[in-house]
Design a protein around this ligand. Sequence first.
Ligand code: ANZ
Ligand code: ZN
Length: 829
Amino acid sequence: MEESYNFQKVELKWQKIWEEKRAFQVQTDPSRKKFYCLEMFPYPSGRIHMGHVRNYSIGDVISRYQAMKGRNVLHPIGWDALGLPAENAAIQHGIHPRTWTLDNIAHMKSQLRRLGIAYDWSREVTTCLPDYYRWNQWIFLRMFERGLAFRRKSWVNWCPQCRTVLANEQAQAGSCWRCDSSVEQKQNEHWFLKITDYAEELLSGHDQLGKWPEHVLLMQKNWIGRSEGTRVHFPVPGEQAALEVFTTRVDTIFGATFLVISPEHPLLPRLLAASPRRDEIERWVERIIHQAHARRDLAEVEKEGIDTGRRAINPYSGEEIPIWIANYVLMEYGTGAIMAVPAHDQRDYEFATKYGLPVRTVILPDDGEAPVSEGQAFESYGRLTASGSFSGMRSTEAQASMNVLAEAKGFGRASVTYRLRDWGISRQRYWGTPIPIIHCGVCGLVPVPDADLPVEIPQDAAFTGTEGSPLEKSESFVRVACPKCGRPARRETDTMDTFFDSAWYYFRYLSPGQTSRPFDRRDSDYWMPVDLYIGGVEHAILHLIYARFFTKVLRDLGLTGLDEPFPHYLAQGMVTKDGSAMSKSRGNVVDPDRMIADYGADALRLFILFASPPDKEFAWNEDGVEGCFRFLGRIWQMFQENKDLWAEGAPGAGPAASAEADPRVSAARKKMHQTIKKVGEDIGQRYHLNTAVSSIMEFSNLLRRDRDVLRASGPGRSLLKEALETIVLLLGPFAPHLAEELGQAMGRPALIVHSSWPECDPALTREESVTIVVQVNGKVRDRFDVPLDTPDSSLQEDALRLPRIRELVGDRPAKQVICVKNKLVNIVI
Ligand code: ANZ
Ligand code: ZN
């Protein structure tokens, strides 16, 4: 063995050995306890960045630790390989999307290998290959059969110059990414998935996600947006159909001074049929609809409206009020029509003020609350006034009786509305999963038979960025015989949103070679749910909701027994440098390859994990890597300096404590066991990988400090040997290459990854004393230290004797004293 640590050579050596031994390959094995550690799979953009390094290092430490704890650990990786960037590269540089993608994957795979991440590469999943996306198509067809996949009209960004549909990313700030023309809105038939059928379950499923970060659950909750309210029908004189509104504040209905419908409302053409101002109004509607659709619901957009000239009747009061059209009412929410109550809704207030519509107060603040202020709607609950027989009731009480009345009279009902929309999956792109449907002039929409799957992405397509989707121009793709009647028909040319691919990839890892089903139930029953899912919080809403939705659909198809795929989600914090997120556009990127070249994979990984807890921001600084690099060097050095301990073959475990002459020997032994315990709990329970690393550092410092003392006695020498071997095991998950190299030098027969995590002796890890918190009436007032396991009676006595507590309690007798052993005393007076 060489004297100085040649990390390049050592790291490559162990990567090769792991690969040859297939060290991380696992099988379904119901006789063993499993651990499924999953990290969000990367988009193959070309290079691994620091965010990936962080994500995958966190997962690697946890996987390797769980394996050492005896679990059968599944740690897979794959590629989210379809999507727009590959197609843009084709348009801009003339490289075929497939070539571009597969080249990127090859490069990034070599980078992941060089990082020494313990993946089971035999399970690699690549979504752009037909053996994966055929199952997208298969799942889509099962959804189609159940009405969960359907077609309807919807809006898309359209570039009139390029004559093509644009993705939102290609239409930023309302202009085309290629030609800068102003983007229009166009209505087309699109494919949707009926995620709204699962809205309630996606919400109630949160009960099973107690280990998710609170803020992620809140984001999902807001995204689903459950609102309880009332649907009310307003008859329109001269029309058969009534206008239905959705309101969360039916208690304000006597203050409704006008109705507002969305410009896309289906009843609008009828309302305007006989209008003398029809042309003018239609032109106005046309203009509003062409305002970039996505931006209309933003609060900042100036409210604009126009009077239809028609009127509707408030079924509660019999009052006739005007019907307006306005840009702030969206067709996609509720019923696309609202009753406007300017006195109690700020948006309605601003609109009414702008157009001179009446404002009528019908809710009064409760006593003691601020009075209604000028220029501001009073939006809180209160007591009803000027509301017929409901006057005097409280808001909640009025809502309940108004719902009952509406139901009884048949003009409305209590109703729940969700903000969640059905998931539009149609993309007019090439590099996506073809939707397996055939359009036949006679038979209509005909599913591609399962036996004909996959519908492959054709090779012969032109990438111009103009004139529609490349698939439309591939004759070999489009022309097909109808599977039902055999007549000439057309293939669907829309492809799927790539979020479809990532909604179930974690199931495919379980049965990667399966050719007759997406995955096996037996594998899913064993491996699922994922024990820990790690990834960036930018996926907290869409990806995680779609994955939860898919799991429920797959469950309903009988493919899995699971309700929730990821009961434990660890949202990884951002990687920043100089105060902002590390990104290409900011030009503050640090290249992992350069760090590996200068310091090695072990030092890079160790630093990333040591610098901050996984869920917090991680600020890059080069001194930090340097520090971790030196720490690993010192571990290496320590072994070199004490090599003779292995040569002399001293026994691994120390003799009885009585033989330990110097107290520093037993102190070191104790510290060793405490470190084993702390590191294990930090990795396995708290995911505080940073404090795990610092405990190892602390312990190694102690050994360096007391080295001479330890080496001076037999028991000391054997302890030092055991301690160094323990450090190697504890470092195994963090700096796996160095750990293997030292393990081998120490003559350990097995790989570190296949070794057991060291055991700690509970007798040595107990703290002698604990701090007791003293509360008076539940408020923390003082603290004191006592020996561990001090009985309640003496805790109580000690607490009552504290000067601060005596002062607070005075002569008053304590009603009750509650003691929690080793923790607290609460005195109730
Ligand atoms: C009358 C009213 C009076 C309202 C009042 C609020 C306060 P959430 O809580 O988000 O569900 N609304 C309903 N459909 C709409 C649409 N398609 N576009 C824009 N706004 C719409 O909000 C429900 C409230 O948002 C509804 O209750 C309605 O205004 C409005 F003092 O009805 B409310
Ligand atoms: Zn047909």
